[in-house]
Design a protein around this ligand. Sequence first.
Ligand code: IPM
Ligand code: MG
Length: 374
Amino acid sequence: MSKYKIAWLPGDGVGVEVLEASKIVLDKINLDAEYIHGDIGWEFWCKEGDAFPERTIDLLKNVNAAMFGAITSKPVKAANTELVPELQNKGLIYRSPIVRMRQLFNLYICLRPCKAYEGNPLNYYGRNDIDLVVFRENTEGMYSGVEFNPVPEGLAEFLKANSKPFAAFKDVPLDQYAISCKINTRKGSEKIIRAAFEFAQKFNRKKVTVVHKANVVRATDGLFLETAKEVKKDFPDIQMDDANIDAITMWLLKNPKNYDVLVAPNLFGDIISDLCAQMVGGLGFGCSGNIGEKLAVFEPTHGSAPKYAGQYKVNPIATILSAKMMLDWLGETEMGNKVEKATADVIKEGKFRTYDMGGSNTTLEVAKAIADKI
Ligand code: IPM
Ligand code: MG
């Protein structure tokens, strides 16, 4: 029997290709694992009305970790016309499977390291000293999924009676506005902030920066910031500062060296993780882990890129670095280090590059070059 069971969820578009690439590297490193395929993605929405079928949920309950490629999101206003006839008009609402997966398995940490590798021509202004780590809260906030469009009568009545700013909307018909609830719990905030501080302590990082908009979004972001100040008391050796989401997008670009570990509520973490990824080469370098107590799911942050699907041209490095994160999470840090070193060497040598890095190699050629260094 293998030491590990890994769910293998390629999903859609280039997800399939980059996962294939990461497998070349995992095979070379000889991870003692059984890889079990799981159905997920747009295809299953069209065929079954569920992009994240029950059988895949069951699979995830029985594995140590998962590798996930990407999923094509349903366009915001599209009708259910892609569904098979018997599933049409059943009022099925498409929800992003990855968001559902994060919530269902309480994968409350979204960990996104953004490190510049030497020799990467895409490093922001040629800097190879950027080394940021984003901790994004992964289950709550703007992604809570509590949304209304149209707004139910009872809710509108409640808001009229209980909130002053709402008076401005009081004469707007119920079907002429929509409500998305940003829900943050103290426990959820504490868990992600603590995870960021623990990481900082373990890896000798100096500072945790709390990202928020507490000057405007007082209830939820206020709670997040207040919780951070409490958690900080348990980590006297780690500095903490905080910044508004708008300001930090400027400051990060201006002075990336002023930052180290960043922790943010869900949507702000989503935003800054793309920004930080861009500083170290773009989404081809954006690796990530969705981490809970029992399960962790590793994925590149770039999405399914339908226009490139089938061409084997996208950069596999984000996925290979995500596989490295999985090795670390499994406790196979020696293997993880080897994969990172091999990746860094291939980047530095510059002989094998996908189109985004100015080269003409395929996804699999870059993966093989990395595997050859192991
Ligand atoms: C990410 C992505 C997802 C998100 C999408 C695909 C639902 O942007 O992982 O950052 O918004 O979380
Ligand atoms: Mg995103």
